[in-house]
Ligand binder design. Structure first.
Ligand code: NDP
Length: 445
C-alpha cells in the first residue's frame, strides 16, 4: 500500500468530504508499515475495501411541526463494515450532519468496535434535523418518520443503532416505539434504551466513565492519578456530564464545561451540587450553558470560545469533531497540561495531535478512550439476547476491564523505541489487524 496514493484516490472519488479524508489519512499513516508486512492484504486490495463503506442508505424524512407546517430532512445510515459482527454505531441528529461526517464516524467506529473485543461491526447514521428548540411532540414525530424508513434496513442481528449528538434516551425511546410498531417485533434493535424496556444499567454513564478509566490507566504509566488535578471538559451533554461525575468521584477538579455557544470557567470548581444543576439545566430544561453564571456568579462565561486557554493539568474534549486545533494544543502544552483523553470523536485536529506527540504528553484518541459507550451497548445486546439484566456493579466491572484491555492493546502496538506510547498508532494497528484477519478469512465479498 502506498498511503498517499490511496488517499488521493479516495479524495478524487469522494470529494467534499474533508472529515472522512481526515479520519482515513490518520489511520493509513499509522498502519502502513504493519500492512506492508502482509503481501496477502495487498493482493486482496484490503485497504480499499476497508476504507469504502459497504453500503449507504440515504432517504428523505418528512414530518409536521406543532403549527402544521411540513418539513423535510435528510436521513442516512452508513453500514461500513460487518466483518466481525452486526453493524453497530450511533445516530446523530444535528444541523451539521452530512454524508461525509457520517462516513468519518462509521470508519472510526469499525476500529473502535474491534478494540472493545466484542463482536460488533461499524456503522453510523443520523439526520440534519436538530432537536434544539423543538417541542417533545415534534421530536417524537420526527423520530417516528425517521424510523418509518430506517426500520427496513436494521435489525438485532443486522444493524443495531444507538445514540450520539442530539440522540439521547428520549429519542432512542421514540425510535424504539416506532420500530416495534412497524415490525411487530420486540427485539434489541437499538441500544441506549430505557431500563424498563431492555436498556442496560450504566449505559448513559459508559462513555464518560470509560474515558476516565482510560485516563487513569494512562496516568498510571507515569505513576500519577487524578487526585487534586485540574480538568478542562468541553461539551455539557451526555459524555461531558458523566466524565465530570467520574472526575469528581476520583478527586479531580472540573474547571470548565461548554456548549456550541461558548464555555463556562468556574475557578472554584464545578462540584457535585453544581453538576446536578447542569444536568437538570441540560437534560430537563434543555437550557444553555451560559445560564450557569446566573446561578453561580463567581464563574465566567466566554461566548463563542473554547475552554483550551484555561490553565489545567488535563483536557477531556467531549463535544464534537475538530474542536481543538493546533493553537489550542500549544496553549494546553504551554500551560503544563500532562494528558488529553478524547470523549468526543476526532475532537483534535491533525495539527493538535502533532503538538501533543511532539511534547510527548499522554494523548488518547477517541476511538480508544471513548469506546466505553459502544462497549456497554455491546453488553446491552448480550443482555437482550439472553433476556436478562445485569446489576450496575457487574456492568461497571466489565466496562472497567474492557477499558484496561484497550489500554493494554494500545501499549502493545503503540510503544515507540524510546518508550513513549503513541496511542493513535496502537489503537489503529490493534483494531485494524482484527478486522483485516476476519475479512481475509471471509474471502472477496
Ligand atoms: P450530546 O448531544 O449529549 O452533547 C453534545 C455536546 O456537545 C453539547 O453540549 C453540544 O452543545 C456540544 N456540541 C455539539 N456540536 C457542537 C459544535 N459543533 N460545537 C461546539 N459544541 C458542540 O452528545 P454526546 O455527549 O453523546 O456526544 C458528544 C461527543 O461524544 C460526540 O463527538 C460523540 O460522537 C461522542 N461520543 C458519544 C458517545 C455516546 O455514548 N453518547 C459514544 C462515543 C462518542 P449544544 O447543546 O449547544 O448542541
Amino acid at each position: 500500500m502506498n498511503a498517499v496514493q490511496v488517499l488521493e484516490d479516495l479524495k478524487r472519488r469522494f470529494p467534499n468530504e474533508p472529515e472522512y479524508h481526515q479520519a482515513v489519512e490518520e489511520v493509513l499513516a499509522t498502519i502502513e508499515e504493519e500492512y506492508n508486512k502482509h503481501p496477502e492484504f495487498e493482493k486482496a486490495n484490503l485497504i480499499e475495501r476497508l476504507c469504502v463503506p459497504e453500503r449507504i442508505y440515504t432517504f428523505r424524512v418528512t414530518w409536521t411541526d406543532d403549527k402544521g407546517n411540513v418539513h423535510t430532512n435528510m436521513g442516512y445510515r452508513v453500514q461500513h463494515n460487518n466483518a466481525i459482527g452486526p453493524y453497530k454505531g450511533g445516530l446523530r441528529f444535528h444541523a451539521s450532519v452530512n454524508v461525509g461526517i457520517l462516513k468519518f464516524l462509521a470508519f472510526e467506529q469499525v476500529f473502535k468496535n474491534a478494540l472493545t473485543t466484542l463482536p460488533m461491526g461499524g456503522a453510523k447514521g443520523g439526520s440534519d434535523f436538530s432537536p434544539r428548540g423543538k417541542s417533545a411532540a415534534e421530536v417524537m414525530r420526527f423520530c417516528q418518520a425517521f424510523m418509518l424508513e430506517l426500520h427496513r434496513n436494521i435489525g438485532a442481528d443486522c444493524d443495531v443503532p444507538a445514540g450520539d449528538i442530539g440522540v439521547g434516551g428520549r429519542e432512542v425511546g421514540y425510535m424504539f416505539g416506532a420500530y416495534k410498531k412497524y415490525t411487530r417485533e420486540f427485539t434489541g434493535v437499538l441500544t441506549g434504551k430505557g431500563l424498563e424496556f431492555g436498556g442496560s444499567l450504566i449505559r448513559p454513564e459508559a462513555t464518560g466513565y470509560g474515558n476516565v478509566y482510560f485516563l487513569m490507566e494512562m496516568l498510571k504509566t507515569r505513576g500519577l492519578d487524578l487526585k487534586g488535578k485540574s480538568v478542562l471538559i468541553s461539551g455539557s451533554g451526555n459524555v461531558a456530564q458523566y466524565t465530570a461525575e467520574k472526575v469528581l468521584k476520583l478527586g479531580g477538579k472540573v474547571l470548565t464545561l461548554s456548549d456550541s455557544d461558548g464555555f463556562v470557567y468556574d475557578p472554584d470548581g464545578i462540584d457535585r451540587e453544581k453538576l446536578d444543576y447542569v444536568m437538570e439545566l441540560k437534560n430537563v430544561y434543555r437550557g444553555r450553558i451560559r445560564e450557569y453564571v446566573e446561578q453561580y456568579p463567581s464563574a465566567q462565561y466566554y461566548e463563542g470560545q473554547k475552554p483550551w486557554g484555561i490553565k489545567a493539568d488535563i483536557a477531556l474534549p467531549s463535544a464534537t469533531q475538530n474542536e481543538l486545533n493546533g493553537e489550542h494544543a500549544q496553549m494546553l502544552v504551554a500551560n503544563g497540561c500532562i494528558a488529553v483523553s478524547e470523549g468526543a470523536n476526532m475532537p483534535s485536529t491533525p495539527e493538535a495531535v502533532r503538538v501533543f506527540h511532539d511534547a510527548k504528553i499522554l494523548y488518547a484518541p477517541g476511538k480508544a478512550a471513548n469506546a466505553g459507550g459502544v462497549s456497554v451497548s455491546g453488553l446491552e445486546m448480550s443482555q437482550n439476547s439472553g433476556r436478562l439484566s445485569w446489576s450496575a456493579e457487574e456492568v461497571d466491572r466489565r466496562l472497567h476491564e474492557i477499558m484496561e484491555n484497550i489500554h493494554g492493546a494500545c501499549v502493545k502496538y503503540g510503544t515507540d523505541p524510546d518508550g513513549y506510547v503513541n496511542y493513535v498508532k496502537g489503537a489503529n494497528i490493534a483494531g485494524f489487524m482484527k478486522v483485516a484477519k476476519a475479512m481475509m478469512a471471509q474471502g472477496v465479498i
